[in-house]
Design a protein around this ligand. Sequence first.
Ligand code: NOJ
Ligand code: CA
Length: 680
Amino acid sequence: MKFLPLFHIAITALLTSTPLFAQSINVSSPNGKIILTVEDGKGPSYSVTFNNQQTINRSRLGLAFKKAPAFDNSFIIQNSKKNSNNSTWQLPWGERKNVVDNHNELVVSFTSDRKLANHFKVRFRVFNDGIGFRYEVEKQPGLDKVSITDEATEFVINQYDKATAWWIPARGWNRYEYTYNTTPLTKVDRAHTPFTFKLANGTHLSIHEAALVDYAAMTINQQRDGTLKADLTPWSDGTLVKTETNFKSPWRTIQISKDAVGLLNSDLILNLNEPNKLGDVSWVEPGKYVGIWWGMHINENTWGSGDKHGATTSETLRYMDFAAKYNFKGVLVEGWNIGWDGSWFDNGDVFSFTQSYDDFDVKKVTDYGKSKNVRLVGHHETSGSVTNYRNQMSDAYDLYQQHGVTQIKTGYVADGGMIKRIDDQGIVRHEWHDSQFTIGEYLHSVTEAAKHKISINTHEPIKDTGLRRTYPNWISREGARGQEFNAWGNPPNPPEHTTILPFTRMLAGPMDFTPGIFDLSFNGLGDKSNRPQTTLAKQLALYVVLYSPIQMAADLPRNYEANLPAFQFILDVPTDWHESKAIAGEVGEYVVFARQERNGNDWFLGALTDEKAREVTISLEFLAKGKYYQAQIYRDGENAEWVNNPYEMIIENKEVSAKDSLTLKLATSGGTAIRFMALD
Ligand code: NOJ
Ligand code: CA
């Protein structure tokens, strides 16, 4: 048993009266490996052990308010209550169909003997894959309408001095679209979550949040070395959160695993979200799409009007023919609506979401699409002017709904802190993308769209916190550097980028990365400044590795028609899964995923590596026992390497079963994609 100082009394049962001494209460994960301890004494705090090792040291809990005294060190534990849960629920679409929610819960009530603002609860849940906790604040004297000015939550890392972190900066000009930093944990300043790090003993952790609704996003700020503190993104007036009692904060989460791969197989974030609030969501359709998109990014077309205008009726019909021929469900068309001329970055106030350019006929293209069983995928770029968007939202969604559009990609391109809103008094205010205000705008668009049976794919979004469980029409989002950076980013995404994403950004949820660029040398292979820094096989592997229920085949049709054998993998790969398993990987080095299609027996595998070529041997034990499969393998050729020889690829077939193993040979920034076709 753990040594407890004399003044601590361990309490496991429900307490009804306020004790005189400091207390400590434990709750463990169902498998007993994670133990969370809540204490008072020097103020409300929690700590965590994993596999008998201290992992999170005593870390503060508390909130401060503008017009009421803070939930501070004067609070003690009043009572507590335990529950446990072991149930299975289903995702309408996802990485897996059945999700197990197995946790032990501890609800701790804290109290202070003062008159105002004198009680709150913290609800802790401990799963086998980590912990979550949230503040719950009831109506009470002194707390009615509240402005939160600080959240005291800390994550004090034990043995921080030898820890390595993978992170992107928060409150920066470019929202979430940064290359990842790999540094000692002590070098982290202010970072976004999911914030992933590894301790010297190999334990991997990731701090994030779940169910971020009507609250500011939590970023983390390193104070003294190893002490990470919740740092909520403020409104333009400096307040962090404006709310009223009763309120609950989002869940603060720490995913914990003995190795890197364990983080990838965690459902903790989804488990901490509320069940589906939309009822029947059969109208939310996963699937693949193509679009008038990459041409603009590589300067072959323009969003605005003129000779190179991409979004013309005739070009859209051509894309619809292509989509129909190869069974894609949708054609995204960007630049169809008035407002793109000039510098569209600055056009937030002039975008119309109902009027199209003269050379784009919404009715004609959608009627044509219907005859071919292909849908137009809508597009609304706001350039961050959310008031302009809100004013037109209802008409804009009506228009698309009338024409059979069931999915809209939205965009909020604006520098960090530059979301433009017009307040009640007509005054222009600028807000952060991850402020409470803007978080409300994103969710408003999702719930309004749901009324029109439309799904939303948000670009320049608020980070995902698992809300797809509650609002399954929030079908995907960006929120990290995607493929577009390979067209014009400075620098483009480095080879390691997609080996870090799974362990960081992707822990939050699906990403619309837009894989599948086949012409890797649109500026010539020698131009490393702008091209995907990958082999062709790695582009295919991305479809399995980077989960999204909607996946784009992002390149131009001509580039696919020039390489139909490789294109076949994109045509075959599903976007909705019965089961997913990360089977190998290290952050920033390589990763291997296997996924089984929904409503079918085929399995798919995606493996990819950073700039280092490597061999990875994997057991095929994930396949159904006793069954045989034809493995259709798309792998880097013997001499492939990303810089000068990215196209060399071998496509070969092998008969395999669960008893076999495969050695995957990955070239520098290479990959392998496999379809395991079930044989009967
Ligand atoms: C940024 C998005 O990420 C990209 O996909 C889109 O093409 C542009 N904004 C224009 O809306
Ligand atoms: Ca973007």
